[in-house]
Design a protein around this ligand. Sequence first.
Ligand SMILES: [Zn+2]
Length: 74
Amino acid sequence: MKNSRICPKCGSNEIVVVDGFAGAYGTGNNIMVGATIFSAVKVDRYVCCDCGFSEEWIRNEDIDRLKNSNKVHK
Ligand SMILES: [Zn+2]
């Protein structure tokens, strides 16, 4: 869905992207990997405007930070 911009559920191409955001006190769509918002990993959300299906993606440059975080389990 991120790459094709096609909804896997209904086949629509009416996909919009809600950018990840890290605000005060952990608001916004993100994963807190450290003590402050500066270390939050932002989560972009792809939403189908036809059926409402949504997918969440971490940006490539943030994946290592998430992997190395003590907030995740392997
Ligand atoms: Zn859809």
